[in-house]
Design a protein. Structure first.
Length: 259
């Protein structure tokens, strides 16, 4: 029996990796018309948040009504979708390694990763629009570097939050700092593996001027999440006592209503 479970777990792992690889290959050649399944809902939420209307232009993307911003194929967030799916699926396989796992967890992981991608992508694009309107400039970051910084902060922040939600932590008893730090290692490693590992594996960083850009991008990717994690931990630890008090109050009210 143990041998059957072991083989099934290996098969699930192979399927997860093949799904991620297949989506990556599809995205590498997909046109904006083929990405409307993720760009359309993202643009819908961007319109709600920013109040700016967009119109779809075939083979170009979703253009703002004033032609000041284009949501193109590169804005689809498919890499975040792949990262989220891998994180949820691999964590499930590892966390429940001593139990039987049903195949249905794969579409569940894909659905949650898709929904998280739409939310994260809409937040990133809306923030980019906001920064564009503010004409925010810094003496130590170029516009491209600022855009990269903003993207990493938003994407990794949402990836971390998605992971913490998926862990089903008992927020009534605030999780300790040590446990949160230990849990943070997994999404960090998945993020590094997909954002840096895949370009290193396929040699994409060697094409043209990509080597210099990749080195610069690698520094941002390696450093920024390490700065984001402490901020996220401080936020969670600051908010959790209020959440605990609210849950206790609601529980007391329910008991009073029953009595």
């Amino acid at each position: 029996m143990k041998q059957i479970v072991f083989n099934k777990r290996n098969l699930l792992l192979i399927v997860v990796l093949l799904c991620a690889l297949g989506l990556k290959l599809f995205y590498s050649t997909a046109s904006v018309n083929e990405l409307r399944w993720i760009l359309a809902p993202t643009t819908f939420f961007v319109e709600l948040i920013s109040g700016k209307p967009f119109e779809f232009e075939s083979h170009a993307g979703y253009m703002a009504s004033d032609h000041s911003f284009l949501i193109a194929a590169s804005c689809a967030g498919v890499n975040f979708l792949i990262t989220s799916f891998l994180m949820l699926a691999l964590r499930k396989l590892w966390r429940d390694r001593s139990q039987k796992i049903s195949w249905k967890f794969l579409p569940q992981a894909a659905l949650f990763a898709y929904l998280a991608t739409i939310v994260a992508n809409a937040a990133r694009i809306s923030l980019a629009l906001r920064l564009r309107r503010l004409h925010l400039e810094t003496s130590w970051l170029t516009p491209n570097e600022l855009h990269r910084f903003e993207g990493i902060v938003v994407y990794f922040g949402f990836l971390w939050l998605l992971f913490m939600v998926s862990e089903r932590l008992n927020w009534e008893n605030a999780p300790g700092l040590r446990r949160l730090l230990r849990l943070s290692v997994f999404p960090l490693l998945i993020y590094y593996a997909t954002v840096l590992g895949i370009p290193l594996a396929n040699g994409a960083y060697r094409r043209g001027n990509a080597a210099t850009d990749f080195r610069e991008h690698s520094v941002f990717v390696l450093v920024i999440p390490l700065l984001v994690i402490p901020l996220l931990l401080m936020f969670v630890l600051a908010v959790s006592p209020f959440y605990t008090a609210k849950r206790s109050l609601l529980g007391s009210q329910k008991q009073l209503n029953r009595s």
